[in-house]
Design a protein around this ligand. Structure first.
Ligand SMILES: O=C(CO)[C@H](O)[C@H](O)COP(=O)(O)O
Length: 207
């Protein structure tokens, strides 16, 4: 299972600092949606230039204009770009077309999708490289939140999947046991007093 670090920060300088500390311990470096909205596509280029050996993940969460939005992110240096699973099939097909042109991949983020397992099968058939079983930051803050259903949805989907939803050092083993291909951790790393140590601790739990 790969480890993905989601950087939900707002400036390129902050992202470069976080990425430098975490990079030795992670496989995929994600530019979070707020970072791309705040700093622009140049942040993708800065991270790829600093970490050419890492998979750079641009969390665009595209809802429309799939081909155009994915194309500009791949041009900026992204290796993987997200499209929302609630988007129409034509948006996902457009984004996949751009990924094919660049030799890169589309990840479909299933945030807000009611039947994640069923939609996962559909979007992988449309050409997505994998899906993200995702409970967002707002959903995580709701009373009674648990990411257990993300794991069962991933397992039952039968397609390659990542899991994102407040993963910590105490829960990452259950993510691996679910059969996930990628564990996504954001706040567990970027909010830690020692970013490198937090990333290393997560990595150490992966068998
Ligand atoms: O995409 C996101 C929010 O929409 C986050 O980057 C993702 O949820 C991972 O962060 P965390 O581990 O803090 O949940």
């Amino acid at each position: 299972m790969k480890l993905q670090f989601a950087m939900d920060t707002l400036t390129t300088d902050a992202a470069l600092e976080l990425a430098a500390a975490a990079a030795p311990h992670v496989d995929i470096i994600e530019l979070g949606t707020p970072l791309i909205k705040s700093a622009g596509l140049s942040a993708i280029t800065a991270i790829k230039d600093a970490h050419p050996d890492k998979i750079v993940f641009a969390d665009l969460k595209t809802m429309d204009a799939g081909e155009l939005e994915a194309d500009i992110a791949f041009q900026a240096g992204a290796d993987l770009v997200t499209v929302l699973g609630v988007a129409g099939d034509s948006t996902i097909v457009g984004a996949v077309k751009a990924a094919t042109k660049h030799g890169k991949g589309i990840v479909v983020d299933l945030i807000g999708v009611a039947d994640k397992s069923a939609r996962a099968k559909e979007v992988v058939a449309l050409g997505a490289q994998f899906v993200e079983m995702h409970a967002g930051l707002d959903e995580q803050a709701e009373d009674g939140f648990t990411f257990g259903t993300l794991l069962t949805d991933g397992k039952s989907s039968g397609v390659p999947f990542s899991v994102a939803g407040g993963i910590t050092v105490d829960t990452i083993e259950s993510v691996q046991e679910s059969g996930a291909d990628v564990a996504v951790a954001g706040s567990a790393i970027y909010s830690a007093p020692d970013v490198g140590a937090a990333a290393a601790a997560l990595r150490a739990k992966i068998k």
